[in-house]
Design a binder for this molecule. Structure first.
Ligand SMILES: *Cc1c(COP(=O)(O)O)cnc(C)c1O
Length: 361
């Protein structure tokens, strides 16, 4: 059976070489006589896998030594509570920039635990842009400022980070982790559910500055305290072993086959440019995001006609271009073109769009 080009927002495509390696190692991982799925998380063999995954992530993302890397469960969504419980602990205030549903959900969760407010929002234009902020908009005594760096549903991204002064900046990078270089030192905490750009579902990566660990609210469940996992090197309880192993394979692919995040970025820019250039020239298809805030990863677009959108989704699926239906709140289509989407996949999509446009004029 031929593999399709999967434009899903997540879980999403993985590099073919990673899937092949995982398949080849399925029954017998490096002579251990067992699958990584069956292996004790306390075994020497597994210890090397999780340590290698962390070392690779540190190398590829250039993570400074005063940051801990944690491999957790619960998805990006559990971080919405965890961030608040662990960080909103001095003045019990946090400032959120609401650029879409994920940021809104994070804010609502934080409001259960303290004085969390939206200091800026792009809800007025269906989140099609990133609101401008300056330092004066943040409360001086906020415990942190929260952003969603790449907005998976709406297709916007911060090209420039908000200036928060000394207030720690927290960012959800679920849909853009390891897609291009990122200066980790500008953040207090970064997190990402891995199923979009780094692995299958099950593991959530947290990168946290050490001084932000250890002050969680008293009510914080043990499993939701960053200190629990930092002290135990992510082995307090059984970690999502297999998803961490796949993350290791993906990171090896980025390091050895792609050649690091600068190259990853160039590949992603080339793919995105092809699609955006076409959208800008098409009479039928229009991108929904203002050009200056366009994401490299998620590209929503519409025809302006619901029936035509539905026809496009149906016919593209039949042509092996799957999961192009847009999020229910935006309508139309969305092409998620994460790291593992090959250039050829975007070429196939643009060719299909051209053909569809000619046939449906
Ligand atoms: C997908 C996504 C989430 C939710 O992740 P889960 O792992 O499903 O909880 C959160 N934030 C962003 C930006 C996402 O893209």
């Amino acid at each position: 059976m031929a593999r399709v080009y999967n434009f899903s927002a997540g879980p999403s495509m993985l590099p073919e070489s990673v899937l092949k390696k995982a398949a080849a190692e399925m029954l017998d991982y490096e002579g251990s006589g067992q699958s990584v799925m069956e292996m004790s998380h306390r075994s020497k063999t597994y210890d090397k896998i999780i340590k290698d995954a962390e070392a690779l992530l540190r190398e590829i993302m250039n993570i400074p030594d005063n940051y801990k890397v944690l491999f957790l469960q619960g998805g990006g969504s559990t971080q919405f509570a965890m961030v608040a419980l662990n960080l909103m602990n001095k003045n019990h205030k946090a400032d959120y920039i609401v650029t879409g549903q994920w940021a809104k959900k994070a804010l609502q969760e934080a409001q259960r635990y303290g004085d969390a407010v939206a200091v800026a929002s792009s809800a007025d234009k269906t989140f099609t842009y990133i609101p401008k902020t300056d330092k004066s908009m943040f409360r001086e005594d906020a415990d942190y400022v929260y952003i969603c760096l790449n907005n998976t549903i709406y297709g916007t991204v911060y090209h420039e980070l908000p200036d928060t002064g000394d207030i720690p900046l927290v960012a959800d990078i679920s849909s853009c982790i390891v897609s291009e270089p990122l200066d980790v030192s500008k953040f207090g905490l970064l997190f990402a559910g891995a199923q979009k750009n780094m692995s299958g579902a099950g593991v959530t990566i947290v990168i946290i500055r050490e001084d932000l660990i250890g002050n969680a609210m008293d009510i914080t469940p043990t499993m939701l305290n960053y200190k629990t996992h930092a002290d135990a090197n992510s082995l307090y309880n059984t970690p999502p072993c297999y998803a961490i192993y796949v993350a290791k394979l993906v990171l090896e692919w980025i390091k050895n086959e792609v050649g690091g995040l600068e190259n990853m970025k160039a590949r992603n820019e080339k793919k995105a440019k092809l699609l955006y250039d076409f959208l800008d020239s098409s009479e039928m298809f229009k991108g929904t995001v203002v050009p200056e805030d366009r994401s490299l990863m998620n590209v929503p677009f519409v025809t302006g006609d619901k029936d035509l959108d539905a026809k496009f989704v149906k016919e593209s699926t039949e042509a092996g271009l799957v999961n192009l239906k847009g999020h229910r709140t935006v309508g139309g289509m969305r092409a998620s073109i994460y790291n593992a989407m090959p250039y050829e996949g975007v070429v196939a999509l643009v060719d299909f769009m051209k053909k569809f446009e000619a046939e449906n004029k």
